[in-house]
Structure formats: C-alpha cells, structure tokens
Design a protein around this ligand. Structure first.
Ligand SMILES: *Cc1c(COP(=O)(O)O)cnc(C)c1O
Length: 466
C-alpha cells in the first residue's frame, strides 16, 4: 500500500516512510492511496477472533509487504493492557454500550495507537541502523502516553518538557517515575506555551534537528489512525455487523479517533451514524451545522484533551468529502491558515451529514451527564466520555441501531472533576498502586533554549558513551 499527501505535492511513500515522516513535506497529511475493503463474509469471521488476531486482519492491508511479523508487533503492543479483551464492550442500558479504550498503561485511548507505534519504530530504525530523538511538550496527558510508548526502546531517546508545577502530581508522576534510561523528563520554569515554544525552536534549528535526528510522536501520524480502526470493527462485529448497523458517539478534539471510525465505514463496516461530541471548543460541531470552519480562542474545560481550536485530522475528512481533489484541499487549507476560516459547498456538506452529527456541551452539562450515568447505572465515566454520551443520547437517529459510546479515558484519570460531578471518587486501577511513592527522575531547567539544548546534547552524549 502506498500513501499520498492530501495536498498532492509531497512524494508518494510506502508504509515505513509514512511512519517516520508524520506530516507530509507539502504540509498535508498522508492517507492510503485506496481504502481496503472487507466483505460481509470477512466480517462474520471477525467476531470469532481475539482482539490481537483481529488487529492483524484489519491492519495488514494497510501495511502491504511490511505486514510480515505483524503478529509479534501486535502482541507486544497489547501486552501492556490490563484487560484480556484489550477494548472491552460493556452494556450501559438497553441499546447503549460503552467501548472502554482506557485499559492501557496511561489510562486513555491514545495508548491504543502509541503502544503500537513504539515497536514499529523500533523495527524500522533497527533495520536501517538509525536512532532518533523524540522531543515533545505536554500539558499533562500526551507526555506520559509517548513515554510509555518509547521506554526501553534501543533506537529511541525521548525528552518530554512539562511546565514545572503546572501539571497535576498524578500526571507528573506518570512521567517521572518511569525508570528507563532512555526516558528524560524536563520541567521548565514557565508555562505550557513556553514548553511548546522551546520544542518548536529546536525543530526549527536545522543543525540541532539533523545532529540528533529529532522526531515527533504527533497526532497526525497515519499509523495512529490505523491502529484505532481496529476497535470500531471489534465493537460493531460483536453487536451484529455486518448483518446489522451500529452507531458510534465519539468525544472529539483533533478528529483522529472519529476519523478512524469513518475509515472503518469506508472499509465496509455498516455504521449508521457517527456522533461527534465537543466541549465548549466547538469548531467541529459548528462545521457540521453550517459547513463553515472558523477558529477562535481556546477555552479551558474539564475535558482538557479536547481543548483545541484546530482539528488537525479534519483535513483527511475534507479530502474525502471533496473527492480527493488535492488542489482544492491545498487551496482551502492555505486559506484557512491565512484567515482562520474555510467553507465547503452544499454538496459535500450534505454528504458529510449523511453520516455525521455533532453537538457541543459545556462543563455544567458534562457534569450533569456524569451524575446521571452514575445514578442510572452505577458507573463512573470521565468528562471526555461524558461529552460523547451526552451527544450520542441527544442526537441518536435510528432507534433500532445500538449506540456505542467511546470511553476515551478512565474516570480516575480525571478524579477531581468526576468526584465533583458524581459525589464519588473513582478508584484508580491496581497498576497505579504505589505511584505516589515511586522515585521520580526529572531535571528542572530555566525557560532558556540554549540551556535546554545543552542539557539534551549532554544527555545524548552520556547515553552513547554508556
Ligand atoms: C485525545 C483525547 C480525545 C480527543 O481525541 P481526538 O482523536 O483528538 O479527537 C478525547 N478524549 C481523551 C481522553 C483524549 O485523551
């Protein structure tokens, strides 16, 4: 399988190079040249497979000649999940299901893609005899998921910058207590924006970037979408696909997770409806209402992983809605980056609305949903999941299709917000026992590019010498 950029001006790449490239050189996003498709017969088989077996079946067509050895990579990716079903599906109420995606090491769905990317990077870098340095900034969540994906990997060193004193103790400890020698935490005396500014400046320093082979584990990498397609096939085939249809409600920020559901639909999965839930940052849900996309200020909410104004993966959906017209996408996206706005015409908007609906909920509504679900079912859901549940319940079209709410984080990860809403504190899973006592490793540095670069260069030299 080859991959093309949505904007059409970057080289066509094979699977390994798409993994390493992340963003395309023309500013676009890589997408498969064609969607592989499964027949109803294939999907009837899927219901009989284990989760790792299904993952191999669903992902192999995207990997072409690189699918050999996929069984071992998949086994490695899912061995750190603490539930035998990897992504268990639980009944919430008649016709309503929760797809639990939080059984990985950092308790959020991003582990599904990042745990898979770690071994893939190791394989290709090992074969090519290369090493990379992953550098990232985090306001709390993505840092630990990237660290868990990269820890103990021979070909990767990872440096994560977080703002000192501005991430929760729980989040900080998830990063700083990882005992692996290739993991380096830096606390910056500054804000998250300062951390991001430093990371950007390091990527924009060509000598530094080339010398240390900098890489990012960001949300636009195609391989992250690919690994997320698996659980949509899993849930739908357990609920009767291909012989009946299923609806999904997905709490959405960068549009990666719900785009994976769209991809499953393109591959033949009978999805009746995709409901997009957003918090007050509602750029996406406004798009599905009006066909216009306009950025605005970012509002902090109790579902912080969705506090974004530009949904980077949305370009992949636009590309499909506009019949893969590279030139139009390039023009639209360049206009969007200049003016902060874009609009699509009635035809493509109508096509999007055949499948998608969207609605936004503020923090009070989110808390009310957490409370209502707890009172009805005894289950505690996290604020991101609650946004999806609220949207799915408000917008469900077909009373005959089961509605699957995608549970993107464990309630204990956002314990304060959940306790404030439901009056009960969620219990963290056993794997986190002792987190508060484990030894931390972290270097505090001033918000100073030269100091941070000096520290990274020094650490890398020590690691090569070791
Ligand atoms: C990242 C994240 C989301 C948003 O997912 P996208 O793929 O960016 O749309 C939702 N919930 C949680 C808990 C997240 O970490």
């Amino acid at each position: 399988m080859n991959y093309v950029s949505t904007r059409g001006k970057a080289p066509v790449l094979g699977f390994d190079d798409v993994l390493l490239a992340g963003l395309a050189r023309d500013g676009g996003l890589y997408v498969p040249e064609a969607w592989p498709a499964f027949s109803p017969g294939d999907m009837r088989d899927f219901g009989r497979l284990s989760y790792p077996e299904l993952a191999v079946r669903v992902m192999a067509p995207f990997m072409g000649g690189r699918a050999d050895g996929l069984e071992a990579i998949v086994a490695e990716a899912y061995r750190n999940f603490d539930h035998a079903d990897v992504a268990p599906l639980k009944e919430l109420a008649p016709g309503e299901w929760l797809l639990e995606l939080f059984h990985g090491p950092t308790l959020a769905f991003k582990d599904h893609s990042l745990q898979f990317m770690g071994p893939l990077f190791d394989r290709v870098l090992g074969e090519r005899g290369e090493r990379i340095t992953v550098i990232g900034a985090t306001s709390g969540d993505t840092g630990s998921a990237a660290i868990e994906a990269c820890r103990d990997r021979d070909s990767i060193e990872i440096f994560i910058l977080h703002p000192e004193g501005r991430v929760s103790e729980f989040q900080r400890r998830q990063m700083t207590t990882v005992p692996s020698a290739n993991v380096h935490n830096i606390a910056i005396e500054g804000t998250f924006d300062d951390c991001q500014g430093l990371v950007k400046a390091m990527f924009n320093d060509p000598a530094f970037r080339h010398r240390h082979k900098l890489a990012a584990f960001n949300s636009i990498n195609w391989v992250r979408i690919m690994a997320q397609i698996v659980y949509y096939f899993r849930a739908a085939t357990l609920l009767g696909a291909p012989d009946s249809r299923v609806a999904f409600a997905v709490p959405t920020g960068n549009f990666g997770n719900v785009f994976a559901a769209y991809a499953a639909h393109r591959m033949g999965l009978p999805i009746s409806q995709l409901v997009v839930g957003s918090n007050r940052n509602d750029i996406l849900t406004r798009f599905f209402r009006t066909g216009r996309m306009e950025t605005g200020a970012v509002h902090p909410t109790i579902s912080p992983s969705m506090d974004i104004q530009v949904s980077s993966n949305f370009e992949r959906l636009l590309f499909e809605l506009l019949d893969r017209d590279h030139a139009r996408i390039a023009a639209l996206m360049e206009g969007f980056s200049d003016s902060g706005g874009l609009r699509v015409s009635a035809g493509p908007l109508a096509r999007a609305r055949e499948l998608f609906d969207g609605k936004s909920f503020d923090d009070d509504q989110t808390r009310a949903t957490i409370k209502a679900v707890y009172e009805e079912t005894g289950r505690l859901i996290d604020p991101h999941t609650a946004v999806g549940v609220a949207a799915g319940r408000a917008l469900k079209r077909d009373p005959g299709s089961p509605m699957v709410f995608v549970a993107t984080a464990h309630a204990a990860k956002f314990g304060d917000a959940v306790e404030a809403a439901a009056g009960v504190r969620p219990r963290p899973p056993a794997r986190l026992d002792g987190l508060m006592e484990r030894e931390e490793r972290c270097r505090v540095l001033a918000n100073d590019l030269a100091k941070v670069q000096g520290f990274i260069t020094g650490r890398l030299a020590e690691r090569v010498a070791a």
